[in-house]
Design a protein around this ligand. Structure first.
Ligand code: SF4
Length: 296
């Protein structure tokens, strides 16, 4: 992933305040100008078009639809299916305590969990507390995380947030969204992840995957991540709220993928409103040859 150096086109993180076009693949409204990117869809390229062939785009555009919200019994059935398949879902970011979780989530902005997990073991071996991280310094942190996109800015944020935790929170990660959101590099999504995983709060962090799944399925249609989050909080049965974030993110990451949802192996397909569902791929038999023709 680019570090935003001079060779890369300027990256403008767009908001949904002034959308001028709608993404064909994820259905998110985006600013369609050169240099803009859809922050919710990793398949959206910097030139204002999604990656992939025109045909893929056309197919996806044909599938795009405004989904209606699912009835309560279908929502219950969906989370019942998730729960039966994986009763204790876990996040994939490596961490050892609330502080390292907070740092890992900050580093994961516009990066993959797998990419973050490659860099953080060495970082956390040296600094797994705010005191040690603050002492490490932004330059050394940057050196340790340079494989992660935007590493210079992230290193400064991590060092500064560690200092704030030491100076203002007694070296502890705060347990409220308001306090978390005052830290550098921490927004609502990051705060929700920390509150959910570290402190067991029933929060739902809406990232690109949750945004897509919430809209496609009809679970919680919404035009912004906040709208999807608030709708999910309204419809997800209370007894499933704690794990809803993990079930949905893992489902979006591995099954309900951006470009080609794997509906043929989806355990919530019976209740999902997305149409037409992706059929199972045709498996071609290998090594089967026609018998030789008899000699005349
Ligand atoms: S049926 Fe398809 S579109 Fe619906 S949730 Fe499953 S993978 Fe996604």
């Amino acid at each position: 992933m680019s570090d935003g150096s001079a060779a890369s086109p300027a990256k403008t993180i767009i908001t949904l305040r002034s959308p001028v076009a709608e993404s064909a693949l994820c259905g998110v409204r985006v600013a369609a100008k050169i240099g803009s990117a859809c922050i919710f869809c990793p398949d959206f390229a910097w030139n204002g078009r999604h990656k992939g062939s025109d045909q893929e785009g056309a197919v996806a555009a044909g599938r795009r639809q405004r989904t209606k919200r699912l009835p309560a019994q279908d929502v219950e059935a969906i989370f019942g299916a998730f729960s039966a398949a994986e009763p204790e879902p876990k996040g994939e970011l490596l961490h050892t305590n609330p502080f390292t979780l907070l740092v890992a989530v900050v580093l994961s902005a516009q990066a993959t969990d797998a990419g973050v997990n490659k860099a953080t073991p060495a970082l956390f071996a040296l600094a797994d507390t705010p005191q040690k991280m603050a002492a490490l310094g932004a330059d050394r942190i940057a050196e340790l995380i340079k494989t992660i996109g935007l590493y210079r800015t992230k290193a400064k944020n991590v060092q500064r947030l560690a200092e704030i935790l030491v100076d203002e929170h007694g070296g502890e990660v705060p347990r409220t969204r308001e306090a978390l959101e005052t830290l550098p590099g921490v927004g609502r999504k990051t705060a929700n992840v920390v509150l959910n995983i570290a402190f067991g709060e029933p929060t739902i962090a809406v990232d690109t995957h949750l945004f897509r799944v919430g809209n496609r399925t009809g679970l919680a249609p919404g035009k912004t991540p906040l709208e999807v989050e608030l709708n999910l909080l309204k419809v997800v049965p209370e007894h499933y709220l704690l794990h809803a974030h993990h079930w949905l993110i893992l489902h979006g990451r591995y099954v309900c993928k951006s470009r080609k949802p794997e509906c043929w192996r989806c355990l919530i397909a019976p209740w999902c409103r997305f149409e037409p569902k992706t059929p199972a791929p045709v498996v071609k038999e290998k090594g089967v040859r026609s018998p030789p023709l008899p000699k005349a």
